[in-house]
Ligand binder design. Sequence first.
Ligand SMILES: [Zn+2]
Length: 292
Amino acid sequence: MRICNQCKAPLKIDVWACTACGWQPRVLAGVLCLAPAMMVDHDGFHEPLFVEYEKLEATHFWFVYRRKLILDALQRYFPALRSFMDVGCGTAENLRAIQARFPRARLVGGEASLRALMQGQRKCKAQLLQMDARAIPFAQAFDVLGAFDVIEHVDDDAQVLAEMYRACRNDGGIVLTVPQHPSLWSHMDDAAKHKRRYTRQELVKKVEAAGFEIVDVTSFMTLLLPAMAISRVWQRAKPPGDAMDDGFRIGAAMNGMLGGVCTLEHNLIRAGLRFPAGGSLLLVARKKGWTL
Ligand SMILES: [Zn+2]
């Protein structure tokens, strides 16, 4: 069910206009814009990063590995997936992969950056909405909602989780990824406008407080954690550079080598190993009291 962004009343007619309060979103470049004030740079993200991300997301080892873990989690815990929303979908690279894996599922992507969505439109048939993750215009609408490296950008992450809860069907769940370990904070987190890196306990607590029960949680980017920690110390020793650092701008050979390490780790996670520490956390949860 779609709901009004302003008064939360159900939208009964087949257009995005509210008969209860009169709210009506604009359409720009073919994208429905529910939160136009967030379209340009703001506190939560840095628009030029999307241009870089566009080039990186398809091939960079970190994005490739994260995408594999996301697809595994969906396949394992929600094999009959019929509907999915990517909250903070960026340029829709993950939606494209989910569409390939679940071709019959109804897919929706929400994202604050109109520019990212315009790039994303070319890639998949998902419905893309320009919106604020703190105001998701759905109730009981999706089998699964995902937010992949999104909630760390939002001051009120509890609000995003509460919105995901409402938008989730009673028998559904969520899949999240977030950066782990506050001690790994670097200028990359500053550049990405992160509000925090999570401890596992903090993430679990917030997800449970939103009404979910944890199904699975693991760290990933574990085998590369020592290299990451060393690189953080090294970065702190030099003056802050530009938005993207050497961790993202790497050559093909290095990308292949680090990708190999990730493939090894991916196989370990697929085999059932769960890691307590890593660069990131992956969490799967379901609405409480429901089993699939
Ligand atoms: Zn309304």
